[in-house]
Structures are given as C-alpha cells and as structure tokens.
Design a protein around this ligand. Structure first.
Ligand SMILES: C[S@@+](CC[C@H](N)C(=O)[O-])C[C@H]1O[C@@H](n2cnc3c(N)ncnc32)[C@H](O)[C@@H]1O
Length: 280
C-alpha cells in the first residue's frame, strides 16, 4: 500500500511500470486463460448501442478503428507506445503485414508480449522492449506510424512524449492515440483514480495546442465516449466480479473495475489523429 499512499499526482514512469507489473500478474491466472491470443488492455468500441460484440471483440474493434487511421500498408514500420501485453501489436502485424515495435514500462508486460509474439510465429515482425516513452530509444525518422492506445493518461508530460513521437516519425507519418478527458472539473471521486493508477486527464480543448507545441499537425479528433466508456465500464465490473477481486484492494478495483472508484459521467474518451508535417 505504500506505493498508493506516496504516488505523486504527476505519473512517474517507474511507479506506473510497477503498477502494471502487479496488475499483469494479477490478471495472469484469469485473463490469459480466458484470452488465449493475449488480451487488449483498453476499452471496447461498439459502433451502435445494438452492437452485439463481446468485450474482447469490441477491444479489437477499437484497435482496428485506430489502425485504419494510421494509413499503413504492408512492411510499414509501426511503433506502439505503451504496448500492454502485445495483443494490438500482434494484430496489426498480422492484419496489415506491418513491422511493429512495442514499448512498455512494465517488464511483466514486455515478457508476456514477447511470449505472445513467439507463439504467433510472426517471424520477427513484432518486437517488444522495456522503454520509457519520454525518452524513446530510437533514431530520428525510424517509423512510418505511431500508435498509442490509452497510454497517454500515464505520461508525466504529454507534450514531451509527442515531441519524441514527432522525432521518431518520418515526415508525413501519422500518430493515432486515445486519451481520457475531463468532462467536468475534477471532484473527490476523480482523485482515487489519479492517485492509484498514475493517470491524469486533459481538458478536451487542450489537444490541438498540445499537438502544435509538440511539432505535430492536427488531423482529426473524435469524442468516442458514448461508443466506449459506459459499456466497457459495465462489462469490466461484471468481469471483476468473476475474477473475485479483493474488494479492499483499491488499486485492483481501480484497474479492473474503474466504475467502483470513479463516476462514469466524469470521464470522456478521445481518439486523436496527428501527423508529422511534410518537409520539416
Ligand atoms: C492502459 S495500458 C494500454 C496497453 C495497450 N496499449 C493495449 O491497448 O492493450 C497503458 C500502457 O501504457 C504503458 N505506459 C505507461 N507509461 C508509459 C511510459 N512512460 N512509457 C512507455 N509506456 C508507458 C503501460 O506500461 C501500459 O502498457
């Protein structure tokens, strides 16, 4: 519990990495059995309220909606910033023929992602490493596209991460990300999520300026809250029940059952597309 008490308001990559190590180990028995192909650690997307997709199918749907916007073809070099246990990277390599590099600050996640890549026999087209997005260990112009599915909320400084993203992208290359935004002023119910998950939210209107300050061109911003948050949170609560989570573990409840600690109406979810300017 010491980590929870001392966690700072601005996320610290080391602490976030340790939190994901703990949550990945907690998920191992349950999620890795349920999802033989690995699992996505992000929200689901349902195109309509009538959509019958399961939670796992809907999380793949979000990966696909984001991947379409990368505008990549076979052989494209893609960086997945905050890659979780590797399911999105493997899916993109398989469906698009891309070469995907995933990074995470969690050693447990990287180990599992590497095991998943080996099991899928993608012949070295998917690689993972432990790295901090604040200081990307890649040369300038190394990637054709960058994806960041729900990792931005954990970043100590969004502008710094996006500056690094712009640096490693080739001119004209796209970045597609999702992020949470505040729907109202922070309230006491928001606080536990920030503290225990090492996350922050941004005001919706700040994004274009954040992108500009990072040297990226704004392309598109979609508010996809209704398609994602309410149903995901409801299904996560059902799954948390099946997992038999310790009700006293604030951290586990926060991660696996966010609606137990945050009012769902306070959180919005954004999909943002930007591009490194041509010829800079
Ligand atoms: C909500 S999970 C999403 C995982 C994955 N994108 C997915 O959709 O399955 C957030 C991810 O961001 C990573 N992350 C958080 N802070 C990071 C940082 N400073 N550098 C690199 N990765 C980071 C975490 O380790 C975790 O893998």
């Amino acid at each position: 519990m010491a980590d929870l008490v001392t966690a700072s308001t601005v996320p610290v990559a080391e602490e976030v990495g340790r939190m994901y190590d703990r949550m990945t180990l907690l998920a191992a028995d349950f999620l890795e059995v349920e999802a033989q192909q690995g699992y996505n650690a992000h929200l689901g997307y349902w195109d309509t309220p009538e959509s019958g997709l399961t939670y796992d199918e809907a999380t793949d749907r979000l990966t696909d909606i984001m991947t379409e916007r990368l505008r990549i073809g076979s052989g494209a070099r893609v960086l997945d910033v905050g890659c979780g246990v590797g399911a999105p990277a493997v899916r993109i390599a398989r469906l698009k023929g891309a070469e995907v590099t995933g990074i995470s600050v969690s050693r447990e996640q990287v180990d599992r992602a590497e095991a998943l890549a080996r099991a899928t026999a993608l012949q070295g087209r998917v690689t993972f490493r432990r790295a901090d997005a604040m200081r990307l260990p890649f040369a300038d112009d190394s990637f054709d596209a960058v994806l960041a599915i729900e990792s931005m909320p954990h970043m100590p400084d969004r502008e710094q991460v996006l500056r690094e993203t712009a640096r490693v992208l080739r001119p004209g290359g796209r970045v597609v990300l999702t992020d949470f935004y505040r729907r109202t002023a922070p309230s006491p119910t928001v606080h536990p999520l920030r503290k225990t998950m090492g996350s922050t939210t941004v005001p919706l209107d700040d994004y274009p300026a954040i992108l500009r300050a990072s040297g990226l061109e704004f392309v598109e911003m979609l508010d996809i809250t209704e398609e994602t948050v309410p149903r995901s949170f409801a299904l996560l609560a059902e799954r948390a029940e099946r997992m038999g989570l310790d009700p006293e573990s604030t951290e586990a409840q926060c991660y696996f059952n966010p609606q137990s600690v945050i009012d769902v109406h306070l959180l919005g979810y954004l999909l943002v597309v930007a591009r490194r300017p041509q010829g800079d």
